[in-house]
Design a protein around this ligand. Structure first.
Ligand SMILES: *Cc1c(COP(=O)(O)O)cnc(C)c1O
Length: 365
């Protein structure tokens, strides 16, 4: 039996008529750029996340960059983000000319709020908490802290569509939240796509303007911007998929509970910890063990594909050599990078597939 890490074909099979019709509609109308499909998806996604505005952009990385730019972040500023994330969370800070400031993670693999507080200084302009693996970070506490220091918050929600904190969807704690619709994300396009969501009317308008060459009407450029669009094809596909997102999320959560239950007696394996007062949407189910590489090889020989998210904590990457950071400040992120292993999890996973993953782990000596 072969278990892929994610199975995008299985999902396509469940939705083939809707997806094919959506794509054909875009081609029939040559509605490749702009048009009502983009607005329809933006409105539907804003509703799903319980916020006023959604601005579709080209990808989740652009979403963070645009948000930072429109907050006025630039050279001389510092922006705090998590030591364990995908590099988009920090490279976008550098893209604005500001300096990324990494802060270590807590036992839930999210930003450690107490350490965020210590990292704030007069140059700090923004904080980017990442809802890593689909579990909301302490966005409420971080937003309070930020407000006290007149700092902005961007929730990097690329892995956390529909996740909730205190019953409220992620994305409504910060000034804005950014999403990725990379194909393998919980809501995935058939190419690159992303979005910024916010409740702030003026900020929404600014982000939209910047992402569209500084012009909301053709040729009326009130400023210079960039070209970062959600295209018609991706908007149509995302609109066809969005009505299923809640069911897919529930399916992910069920698979996670089965893993929790069946693996809980393995003393050598640390299961993902759930923080209180929030719902985890399990973009990834990440276990930890000191024998990670051996376990990964063992699972591979049993046909089980796994992933590592991420193999190196951001501060230790060659890309950040220039910052001369002290590894002692990122003790947990650096410890976890050699222990973490992401097990297969996708909504279409069958009980037989889950059982095969479980029995393959159980047979590891
Ligand atoms: C996927 C991801 C992004 C970037 O999204 P893209 O659409 O690939 O640009 C940003 N942050 C995190 C945490 C991600 O997982």
């Amino acid at each position: 039996m072969k278990i892929p890490f994610v199975d995008l074909k299985a999902q396509y099979k469940t939705l083939k008529p809707e997806i094919d019709a959506a794509i054909q509609g875009v081609i029939d109308q040559t509605a490749f750029i702009g048009g009502p499909r983009i607005e329809a998806f933006e409105q539907a996604f804003a509703n799903a996340q319980g916020v006023k505005h959604c601005i579709g952009v080209a990808n989740g990385t652009d979403a963070i960059f645009i948000a930072l730019k429109m907050m006025g972040v630039g050279p001389g500023d510092e922006v705090i983000t998590a030591a364990n994330s995908w590099i988009s969370s920090s490279e976008t800070i550098s893209q604005t000319g500001a300096t990324p400031v990494f802060v270590d993670i807590n036992q839930y693999s999210n930003l450690d709020t107490a350490k965020v507080e210590q990292a704030i200084n007069s140059r700090t302009k923004a904080i980017i908490p990442v809802h890593l693996y689909g579990q909301p970070s302490d966005a409420d506490l971080i937003a309070d802290l930020a407000a006290a220091h007149n700092i902005q918050v961007i929730e990097d929600s690329a892995q956390a569509h529909l996740a909730k904190l205190h019953g409220k969807p992620v994305g409504s704690y910060g000034k804005c939240a950014t999403f990725s619709f990379f194909p393998g994300k919980n809501l995935g396009a058939y190419g690159d796509a992303g979005a910024i969501v916010t409740n702030d009317d003026e900020f929404a308008m600014k982000c939209k303007l910047y992402a569209r060459h500084g012009a909301l009407k053709k040729h009326e450029h009130v400023m210079e911007g960039i070209n970062s669009r959600l295209d018609g094809m991706q908007a149509a596909i995302l609109s066809a998929k969005l009505p299923h997102l809640q069911d897919w999320t529930t399916a992910r959560q069920k698979i996670a509970s089965v893993y929790d239950d069946k693996l809980k007696n393995l003393e050598w394996l640390h299961l993902p910890k759930r923080a209180p007062n929030r719902s985890h949407v399990f973009h990834l189910y990440v276990v930890r063990t000191d024998r990670r590489d051996e376990l990964q090889a063992h699972l591979n020989t049993h046909g089980v594909s796994t992933g590592i998210h991420y193999p190196r904590a951001l501060p230790t990457l060659p890309a950040y050599d220039y910052l001369n950071l002290d590894p002692a400040n990122f003790e947990r992120a650096i410890k976890y990078q050699d222990q973490i292993l992401s097990l297969p999890i996708f909504p279409e996973m069958t009980s037989e597939q889950i059982e095969h993953v479980v029995s393959s782990i159980e047979s590891f000596e």
